[in-house]
Design a protein around this ligand. Structure first.
Ligand code: R5P
Length: 281
C-alpha cells in the first residue's frame, strides 16, 4: 500500500508505474489554507512517499497528519520515504539560542512513522534523532548509471571533504578514481575552494555533491578545474534546490548539469525512484 503526498506528486507517475495502484487518499486544503487529508484505503502496512521541499513546512505537517490518519484508520506499520528532507542543513547550533532544527523535524515524524528512508540526507549522523529505523538512501548508483556512458575515462570529484564518501561511491561504481577539493564557506553565498594534489589535465571530471543552492560551490570548483586543464566537466548532484538563476549560471560553465528528481527542476534527469523504493540492484 503506497500513499503519495502532495510534496511527492511529481513522482506519482513513476511510483505508480513501478508499484501499480496507489492507496486511495484525499488531500485538499480548507479555505483558510490548512491541509485536510482523508485515508480511504485500509490495511496493515503502508508506505508514505512525501518530499518536504517547497512549501517545506506545509509538506512536513501533511506527513504528520497523514501519519495520524493512517494510525486512526488502523494501519500498524508506517514507513516514510522522503526524497528531500527539509531542514537537513540546520544540523547544528552555531549561535547560542538556535535549535537543531532537523532534530525537531525527525522527532516529530517519529511520533507516527516506524521507519524512515531519506535520499542523501545532508548529514547522515542526524538520522539518529529519528526514534525508529532510519536509512540514508545513497544516490551513487543512480548518478553513476546516468553518467556512465557520457563520462568515459575520467575522475570523480567531491567539491569538499564532506562530499568525499558520495564521490567515492560513484567512482567505485564507474571504476574510476576520485579526489576532493578543500572548501571554506566565507558567507551563505560565498565559498573559497582550494585544489588538492590532483592532475585533471586533459581528463573528464564528474563533480558530485548533495545540494546545489546558489551554485557558488560548483562554479568555484569548475573555474579551478578549467584552470587546471580539465577536458569536459559534468555535474551530478542529488538535490537541485537552485536559488534564483543558479541553473542558468551553472549550466553556462559546465558541459552537463543533471540532478536527481527528488526535487522537480528542468535538469532533474536522474531517476532516484527505484533507489528510494529499494529496487535498484
Ligand atoms: C555543503 O556542505 C553542501 O554539500 C553543498 O556543497 C552546498 O550546500 C552547496 O551550496 P551552494 O550551491 O550555495 O554553494
Amino acid at each position: 500500500m503506497i500513499v503519495v503526498g502532495s510534496g511527492a506528486r511529481h513522482l506519482r507517475g513513476e511510483i505508480e508505474r513501478i508499484c501499480g495502484k496507489l492507496a486511495s487518499v484525499e488531500i485538499k486544503k480548507f479555505p483558510d489554507g490548512e491541509k485536510y487529508v482523508r485515508v480511504l484505503s485500509s490495511g496493515n502496512e503502508v508506505t508514505v512517499v512525501q518530499s518536504t521541499y517547497k512549501p517545506q513546512d506545509e509538506n512536513i505537517v501533511e506527513a504528520l497528519i497523514l501519519g495520524d490518519a493512517l494510525r486512526e484508520r488502523g494501519f500498524k506499520r508506517l514507513r516514510l520515504l522522503v526524497p528531500y528532507l527539509a531542514y537537513s542543513r540546520q544540523d547544528r547550533v552555531t549561535h547560542e539560542g538556535e535549535p537543531v532544527s532537523v532534530r525537531a523535524v525527525l522527532k516529530a515524524l517519529g511520533i507516527y512513522y516506524d521507519e524512515l528512508y531519506v535520499v542523501d540526507v545532508h548529514n547522515p549522523e542526524t538520522l539518529r534523532f529519528f526514534p525508529g529505523k532510519a536509512v540514508n538512501v545513497s544516490p551513487a548508483k543512480a548518478i553513476a548509471t546516468y553518467f556512465k556512458e557520457k563520462l568515459g575515462e575520467g575522475i570523480v570529484l567531491a567539491p569538499d571533504r564532506g562530499a568525499r564518501t558520495r564521490a567515492k561511491a560513484v567512482a567505485r561504481r564507474l571504476g574510476l578514481g576520485h579526489s576532493h577539493f578543500e572548501k571554506h564557506r566565507v558567507s551563505p553565498t560565498e565559498v573559497e575552494i582550494r585544489p588538492v594534489d590532483i592532475d585533471v589535465e586533459g581528463k573528464n571530471v564528474l563533480i558530485v555533491d548533495d545540494i546545489i543552492s546558489t551554485g557558488g560551490t560548483i562554479m568555484k570548483a569548475t573555474s579551478i578545474l578549467r584552470r587546471m586543464g580539465a577536458e569536459r566537466i559534468f555535474v551530478g548532484v542529488t538535490h537541485g534546490v537552485f536559488a534564483d538563476g543558479a541553473i542558468e549560471r551553472v549550466s553556462k560553465v559546465v558541459d552537463e548539469l543533471a540532478v536527481t528528481n527528488t526535487i522537480p527542476t528542468p535538469v532533474s534527469r536522474i531517476n532516484i525512484v527505484p533507489d528510494l523504493l529499494g529496487l535498484r540492484g
